[in-house]
Design a protein around this ligand. Structure first.
Ligand code: ZN
Length: 259
C-alpha cells in the first residue's frame, strides 16, 4: 500500500471510531450525491444554469401572482427544465445512498437532512429524510403544507386545490423566494439538536438554511465528517475529511465500521 492510501486508511479508521462512539449520527447531503446518480447540477461546469442562464430569482412571487400560468408552464416545460426532468426521471440511488441505509440498519444513524429534491434517499430505503428543498415526486398545499403524490391530485382545473383545506397546490420543491416549509425546518432543527456527529456529504454547506445545521453541531461541541470530491469551504471545520465520490467513500466507510 502506498503512503497516500495508508494515510487514507488511518482517516477511515478514525472516522469509523468517531461514528461508533456517537449516539445520534445524522447526515447533511447535497448536489454531489445527485450528480453521481446522473442528475445535472445547476451551477459549475455542465450546470443547467451555466448553459441556459440563471432562472428568475422570484419564482415564488410569480407563482403567487399567477398560479394558473405557473402550472401551465410546469405542464409544458422548456429549456433547462426538460433536461432536469429527464435526469430526475432516469436517476437511481447510487452506492452512497445505499451506504446510508446500511448505516441506519446498524442502529447509530438516525436522520438525513438533504438539499436534494430527487427522492433518491427515500427510494434507497432511508426512513427519516428531511427534504429542505422539497421532493420532486410530491405536490404541496401552500396553506396547510399537506403533501400529495402527483396522481392524488386532479389537474383538470388549474391551479389544483387542496382536498383538505381548498388551499392552492404547488410543487413540493421549494421555489426561489419561497420560505422553507416550517414543518421541515422544525424537523431539521430537532434532529440537529439531538445530533452528536454529522456527516456532510456532497455539499460545501454554504447555502442557508442548510449551512446552519453543521454550524449548530460545532457549537454543540460535536464533530463533522466531510465526504466530498474536493476540499470545500467547510473542510477546515471538519474533524475528518474523506475525499472522493460518495458512491466510493461511503461504502468503504461502512466496510471499516462493520469490520
Ligand atoms: Zn391544504
Amino acid at each position: 500500500m502506498d503512503q497516500t492510501k495508508e494515510i487514507d486508511r488511518e482517516k477511515y479508521i478514525e472516522a469509523a471510531e468517531i461514528i461508533l462512539r456517537a449516539k445520534y449520527v445524522t447526515a447533511l447531503t447535497g448536489a454531489g450525491m445527485s450528480v453521481e446518480s446522473g442528475i445535472p447540477p445547476f451551477r459549475g461546469p455542465g450546470g443547467l444554469w451555466t448553459k441556459h442562464g440563471e432562472p428568475p430569482m422570484d419564482g415564488y412571487k410569480r407563482f403567487l401572482a399567477d398560479p394558473k400560468k405557473s402550472w401551465e408552464d410546469r405542464l409544458n416545460p422548456s429549456g433547462p427544465m426538460v433536461e432536469l426532468r429527464k435526469g430526475l426521471q432516469n436517476a437511481k440511488p447510487n452506492p452512497g445512498h445505499t451506504a446510508l441505509v446500511d448505516l441506519e440498519k446498524m442502529g447509530v444513524f438516525k436522520a438525513i437532512i438533504t438539499q436534494n429534491v430527487d427522492n433518491l434517499h427515500k427510494a434507497a430505503g432511508s426512513s427519516n429524510v428531511l427534504e429542505i428543498h422539497g421532493n420532486v415526486t410530491l405536490l404541496r398545499c401552500i396553506e396547510c403544507n399537506s403533501r400529495y403524490k402527483q396522481d392524488e391530485i386532479s389537474l383538470e382545473i388549474l391551479p389544483p386545490q387542496c382536498p383538505k383545506c381548498s388551499g392552492i397546490i404547488k410543487s413540493d420543491t421549494v421555489s426561489f423566494g419561497e420560505p422553507i416549509p416550517p414543518d421541515v425546518l422544525q424537523g431539521c432543527q430537532e434532529e440537529s439538536a439531538r445530533c452528536d456527529c454529522m456527516l456532510v456529504i456532497g455539499t460545501s454547506a454554504t447555502v442557508y438554511p442548510a449551512a446552519a445545521f453543521p454550524q449548530q453541531i460545532l457549537r454543540q461541541g460535536h464533530p463533522l465528517i466531510e465526504i466530498n470530491l474536493y476540499e470545500s469551504d467547510i473542510t477546515h471545520l471538519c474533524k475528518i475529511s474523506l475525499q472522493g465520490p460518495s458512491g466510493e467513500v461511503m461504502p468503504n466507510l461502512v466496510d471499516v465500521i462493520s469490520a
